[in-house]
Design a protein around this ligand. Structure first.
Ligand code: HAM
Length: 420
């Protein structure tokens, strides 16, 4: 054991479960890659103001959970707590919205950082697959991103989850609601901190997890009742398209999400087997974010799916992915000359696409065969100097124990025939 351990709220991804993690990333992003979304990668740190302005000063994410640092040159940077602000920043910086079709459709995969109270399913470094469709206001686009998220979860075999759906209104109806909510909140018994947050964004209070606050919110006005005709019609179209695609959803008029940039469609995927940290993904429309960052009006919609929580959700549902073996063939050489010849064959097999490993530092055949067993390989290749003199290697089927000599020259074709 080293003197050091991974920092609180982080964990190491190790084999064999790291292979499942990679496969989850692959499958969560697959629906995007076949729907016109291009891959984007942005820095893990940005000007801290990008997040305070984009994600919102009133959010926990910015006010309590941001990792901030000052560089030697005096720049104030923040480790990215989420991806949307960075993706919009990058789009504006590179003028992607002027260069090609709108919406600009982008996807990303990466680590994000929030100084949260660490517990199972809630980490200080976590991974997301994200999708952003920038520069189009069309209910079909909202439906598209939601359907792609649902397809992504289903492709992993997940089924014990729900899609919660809400509309947060637009710049026409939200201010009317805001006034009604501020009036309502003024009559409640709230602490200083909460009042301050309410002044920046009163909707944040609806998201307060404390029972003492929730109890007072029972009669709070609901945004749903204040939606303008346009927002209502938009919302209905999104719903109709989801229903037509066979994607079930549940209305959640209290869903406000933890980020300030949302307008109209908002949604969250919650899993039944994860306890308190149940959100496996979430997103929505953010029509004003580009302008908040100094860009033109670019109505947009997107989501982030949590890779760590998807992993836990699969565990909770007992889903085991059928992944290709990391090692199909394990080679064991007895003696120096045999080692050199077999090493060459191993390289040939790998180049032919067969996952092959080799025993290094072999002292006894017994130990080397134990290593072959542990590797999970379907076949072991064993060669001593006597075999090589006869121009063969011994091919052992690790399941049946059957062993046959194979001509060295025919080795690659013989193994290829076994469909490794
Ligand atoms: P978010 O809801 O904050 O949205 O995060 C998306 C997902 O990331 C969550 O549903 C959850 O699965 C995962 N996640 C968040 N925090 C943690 C954590 N501390 N530990 C483990 N997993 C976590 C966003 O980040 C938005 N940028 C999504 C979006 C994209 N909206 C529009 N476009």
């Amino acid at each position: 054991m080293s003197t050091f351990t991974a920092p609180k709220g982080t964990y190491d991804l190790l084999p064999p479960s790291s292979a499942t993690f990679l496969a989850i990333r692959e499958r969560l992003s697959a629906p995007l890659r076949r729907s016109g979304y291009g891959y984007i990668e942005t820095p893990v740190f940005e000007d801290i103001k990008l997040f305070s302005r984009g994600v919102g000063e009133s959010t926990d994410i910015v006010s309590k959970e941001m990792y901030s640092l000052t560089t030697k040159g005096g720049d104030e940077l923040g480790l990215r707590p989420e991806g949307t602000a960075s993706v919009v920043r990058a789009t504006l910086q590179a003028n992607l919205h002027k260069l090609g079709n709108l919406p600009v459709k982008l996807w990303y995969s990466g680590s994000f950082y929030r100084y949260e109270r660490a517990q199972k399913g809630r980490y200080r470094q976590f991974a997301q697959i994200g999708a952003e469709a920038i520069g189009a206001e069309d209910p079909a686009l909202d439906a598209e991103v939601i359907i792609l998220a649902d397809d992504a979860f289903r492709s992993l075999g997940l089924s014990n989850y729900q899609l919660l759906l809400n509309s947060l209104g637009d710049k026409q109806c939200r201010p009317v609601y805001r006034t009604a909510l501020v009036d309502f909140l003024a009559g409640l018994d709230l602490d200083e901190d909460t009042r301050r947050r309410a002044e920046i964004n009163p909707l944040r209070v609806l998201d307060d997890k404390r029972q003492s606050v929730q109890d007072q919110l029972v009669d709070a006005p609901m945004l749903r009742d204040f939606l303008c005709e346009e927002c209502k019609a938009y919302d209905e179209q999104v719903r109709a398209l989801l229903t037509a695609a066979g994607v079930a959803f549940v209305d959640d008029p209290k869903l406000v999400r933890g980020l300030d940039y949302y307008t109209r469609t908002t949604f969250e995927f919650v899993h039944g087997g994860l306890g308190a940290q149940s959100a496996i993904g979430g997103g929505g429309r953010y029509d004003g974010l580009s302008e908040m960052l100094g860009g033109p009006a670019l109505p947009s919609v997107g989501w982030g799916l949590g890779v760590d929580r998807t992993f836990l959700a699969m565990e909770a549902e007992g889903i085991v992915l059928d992944l290709p073996a990391t090692t199909s063939v394990y080679a064991v050489a007895l003696g120096e000359e045999a080692k050199n010849v077999l090493f060459g064959k191993v390289t040939e097999l790998r180049r032919a696409g067969i996952a092959t490993d080799l025993a290094f530092g072999v002292k006894t055949i017994k130990n080397a065969m134990k290593s072959a067993d542990r590797s999970g390989a379907r076949f072991a290749l064993v060669a001593g100097d006597r075999d090589l003199a006869a121009g063969v290697v011994q091919l052992k089927d690790m399941t049946t124990g059957e062993q046959i000599p194979v001509e060295l020259e025919a080795l690659v074709t013989t193994l290829k025939e076994k469909q490794l």
